[in-house]
Design a protein around this ligand. Structure first.
Ligand code: HEC
Ligand code: HEC
Length: 501
């Protein structure tokens, strides 16, 4: 081969690498293919190839009904399905406090927010916020409150800087408010919400009413909280497609962080602490991308939300703090023959297999003219700057069923400043109070098929998809303003597109 040919071949390879953001799991040939299929479409005259299958071969084609978020990835192996079924049982099971006669299910508390995962993730979908009408306001189960105070020691500042602490917990109440507790232990308090209606005028003579929430905590069980405490309410998220989001190559996510999207939009990664590797790594899960893996978030949920010890969070007392006398050293549910944790490693693995394999449903109405018009508006309004349509997952993903799939989650997995209207003052790892991770939009059109009372955004304040869009501010202000300026028909088409996801 002549020298020139060699140099040209090297140049061609280098440009292919640049096009797909430097992924180390792909051959040069793959890189070219991946760059091609993930390039944003310019043709809105019909659906794109494979667009009906948002989760690739894992997409479920089951009948659309209230169970549509509860099916396993369609390409899961027989063995995987067996594990999924056991995990499903654990996700739904109601835990009880110790000591109890049902030894396999005890250990709940001493403090807790719910008795089961399903208690918040309703039918594997979103949780429900207490009603907007004061008369029908009931439990606040699925709306968690993160608590945080500014750091006041050097040790705290160091732990924040190194990523070992996501935030500084309230000294008495800890990281999270638990509104339930076992007999003999006071619960921490109760969340109260007041909503004030705010009217937004839209082009074409339409208007929308947003509900602006104010939060306060009542019935404090352990005396006053620190005056400078900040609270961050978060609603339980839908559980679908999480394993595929875990299988997006970090190079693809970081490429979007550095990209120029116009409109002053620039996403930022949240670098968080991975308890398995002990390293700082890319945060992906939760409303602020505060957890690196589905496993770690699930383990944190067992510990913080239900007070159940597990290999990653070994304290039997869960979130009890030193300042909560009577909470520590309560009877726990670990059984010596199963090891030292209330949720042993084997059970944790079943729950993780379940949580990474809840399937994304197939798209509906992709060829409908109004849906296609809405899709075009979604691109034109620059929603895609953050809600990035497609990826091809890693060839070397941890689980076979998640490997090398063309997926359509509509997220960049990055943090964005969403403005004052959505901000709370709680930062978590690198995410500031006004920054939120772009949530995936796949399945969003089926939200109310699964949970008729579900609402949108991090604290469930949006009662419709349009309200969710109208709350967008900060980096998303220009996109939101374009929606306000649309004609009523255009807005309806945009919503139709979202409903088809
Ligand atoms: C008390 C209500 C509650 C319970 C119980 C609960 N969760 Fe959650 N879950 C939430 C909330 C709220 C979030 C978002 C938290 C945040 O943004 O910080 C969440 C987030 C998650 C996520 C991340 C989803 C995403 O899209 O990023 C996973 C995974 C998860 N929970 C798994 C579980 C598992 C497994 C259990 C049972 C062991 C469980 N959860 C129990 C409320 C709950
Ligand atoms: C600058 C980035 C950005 C842009 C641009 C953007 N979004 Fe979002 N979007 C977000 C973030 C971040 C959230 C979560 C905010 C929160 O929960 O407080 C969100 C939430 C949503 C939700 C609710 C999701 C849920 O799970 O509750 C919908 C629907 C949505 N966006 C649609 C749109 C549409 C339509 C557009 C274009 C008109 C758009 N977004 C433009 C970042 C963006």
């Amino acid at each position: 081969m002549s020298k020139i040919v060699v140099v040209l071949a090297a140049l061609a390879a280098a440009s292919a690498v640049a096009a797909s953001g430097g992924r180390d799991d792909l051959t040069d040939e793959d890189r070219v293919r991946v760059a091609k299929v993930t390039a944003p479409t310019k043709d809105f005259s019909g659906p794109e190839a494979f667009e009906t299958l948002p989760a690739g071969a894992g997409t479920t084609r089951k009948l659309i009904n209230a169970d549509i978020f509860s099916h396993p990835s369609a390409n899961l192996t027989f063995e995987g399905r067996q594990q999924f079924l056991v995990g499903n049982g654990l996700f739904r099971k109601d835990w009880v406090s110790s000591p109890s006669s049902t030894q396999a299910s005890d250990g709940l508390g001493p403090m807790f927010n719910a008795r089961s995962c399903q208690g918040c993730h309703t039918k594997d979908g979103r949780g429900t916020v207490p009603g907007f009408d004061p008369l029908e306001r009931g439990d606040t189960v699925a709306l968690l409150l993160r608590l945080s105070v500014p750091p006041d020691t050097d040790e705290q500042r160091q732990q924040l800087a190194s990523g070992h602490l996501p935030l500084v917990p309230e000294p008495v109440y800890g990281l999270q408010l638990q509104n339930f507790s076992v007999a003999g232990v006071p619960s921490e308090g109760r969340l109260e919400i007041d909503y004030a209606p705010v009217t937004v005028q839209l082009n074409g003579g339409e208007s929308a009413t947003l509900m602006k929430p104010t939060y306060r905590i009542e019935d404090l069980g352990y005396g006053p909280m620190r005056e400078d405490v900040q609270i961050s309410p978060r609603i339980a998220q839908p559980m679908i497609g999480l394993g595929l989001l875990e299988a997006i190559h970090p190079a693809d996510i970081l490429a979007n962080a550095n990209a120029d999207h116009g409109d002053g939009i620039s996403g930022r990664p949240n670098w968080v602490h991975d308890l398995r590797t002990g390293k700082r790594t890319l945060g992906r899960f939760n409303w602020k991308a505060s957890q690196p893996t589905v496993e770690q978030q699930s383990a944190a949920a067992f510990s913080n939300d239900m007070g159940l010890s597990n290999p990653l969070f070994p304290a039997h007392d869960g979130e009890c703090t030193q300042a909560q006398p009577g909470c520590q050293n309560k009877p726990h549910g670990a059984q010596p023959h199963l090891g030292e944790h209330e949720v042993p490693a084997e059970l944790m693995d079943f729950v993780t297999t379940y949580s990474v394999n809840l399937a994304v449903p197939q798209r509906r109405d992709v060829s409908d003219a109004r849906v296609l018009a809405g899709k075009k508006l979604f691109y034109q309004a620059n929603c895609v700057a953050c809600h990035v349509p497609k990826y091809v997952t890693r060839r070397d993903a941890a689980r076979q069923e998640h490997r090398f799939q063309l997926i359509w989650p509509y997220t960049d997995m990055l943090l964005h400043d969403m403005g004052e209207g959505l901000a709370d003052k709680v930062s978590e790892h690198d995410a500031s109070g006004s920054e939120w991770r772009t949530p995936p939009l796949w399945g969003i059109g089926l939200t109310r098929t699964v949970n008729p009372n579900a609402t949108w955004l991090h604290d469930g304040r949006a009662r419709s998809l349009l309200e969710a869009v109208l709350w967008h501010g900060g980096e998303a202000q220009a996109a939101r303003d374009r929606v306000v300026a649309m004609t009523p028909d255009e807005r309806a088409d945009l919503i139709r597109f979202l409903e088809s996801l």
